[in-house]
Design a binder for this molecule. Structure first.
Ligand code: 5GP
Length: 194
C-alpha cells in the first residue's frame, strides 16, 4: 500500500536490533485517516470472504482493528488481553507469547464467551516479525474452533521468518507494507514489490 510505505519512509526510524519505530502515526500517535485507508485496503484484499469478527491483541492492534471493522460491516472487535493473573475457572482461552520488542514472555487471554465455534475471524495486528504474537492468536482461534478467514498486518518485516512460515501453513496473510531490508546506520528502508 503506497500511502503506508511513503509514510514509513518519511517518518519511520530504523533502530538497532531490527526494530522499526513508527510511533508518530501507527502505534503511539494514531493517524486515523491512515487507519481508515488501511481498513479499506484490507476490505479490498479480503473481498468476498466471510468475516464475522476481528481478533487482535492489545494495545497497538486495537485502534487499527476498530477502524478496519468499519469496512467489514461493523463486525465486533475482540482483543487478546495481556495478563499476569491466573484464572483457573476455565472461562478463558489462554496462551503464552514471546515479546520481540520487550524480550520477555507474557500471557494473553480471551474470554471464551467472545469467540463462538464456527464463526469466521479476521486476525489483525500492527507488526509481523517472528510471528510469536500471531501464533498465540492462532492457537486461541484453534482452541475456540473458529475459522481464520485471513490475517491483516500493517507492517511485515519480511527479513524475519513470521510471514513466510504463516504463508507456508496456508493462511491468507495480507501485509500492507513488507519491509525487505532496513539499515539503522543509513536509515534506508527497502520494500518488497507486491
Ligand atoms: P512477532 O511476535 O511477530 O515477533 O512481533 C510482533 C509484535 O511485536 C507486534 O505486535 C509488535 O507489537 C512488536 N514488534 C515487532 N517488531 C516490531 C518493530 O520493528 N517495531 C515495532 N514498533 N513493533 C514491533
Amino acid at each position: 500500500m503506497r500511502e503506508l510505505e511513503e509514510r514509513i519512509i518519511r517518518e519511520g526510524i530504523v533502530r538497532e536490533g531490527e526494530v522499526l519505530k513508527v510511533d508518530s502515526f501507527l502505534n503511539h500517535k494514531c493517524d486515523v485517516a491512515l487507519y481508515d485507508h488501511m481498513g479499506a485496503e484490507w476490505e479490498r484484499l479480503f473481498a468476498g470472504k466471510p468475516v464475522d469478527k476481528i481478533l487482535t491483541i492489545e494495545a497497538s492492534g486495537i485502534g487499527i482493528a476498530c477502524v478496519a471493522a468499519r469496512h467489514f460491516g461493523n463486525v465486533p472487535v475482540v482483543f487478546a488481553r495481556k495478563t499476569e493473573s491466573i484464572n483457573l475457572d476455565g472461562s478463558q482461552y489462554r496462551t503464552q507469547i514471546h515479546s520481540y520488542t520487550h524480550g520477555r514472555d507474557y500471557h494473553v487471554i480471551v474470554a471464551k464467551r467472545f469467540l463462538t465455534p464456527g464463526e469466521h475471524v479476521l486476525v489483525i495486528d500492527d507488526f509481523l516479525a517472528n510471528g510469536c504474537a500471531l501464533n498465540g492468536l492462532l492457537e486461541i482461534c484453534d482452541a475456540a474452533g473458529v475459522s481464520v478467514t485471513g490475517i491483516g498486518i500493517a507492517i511485515e518485516k519480511g527479513f524475519q521468518p513470521g510471514g513466510k512460515s504463516l504463508r507456508e501453513r496456508g493462511y491468507d496473510l495480507q501485509s500492507l507494507a513488507i519491509v525487505e531490508a532496513m539499515d539503522p546506520k543509513t536509515g534506508s528502508i527497502v520494500f518488497r514489490e507486491q
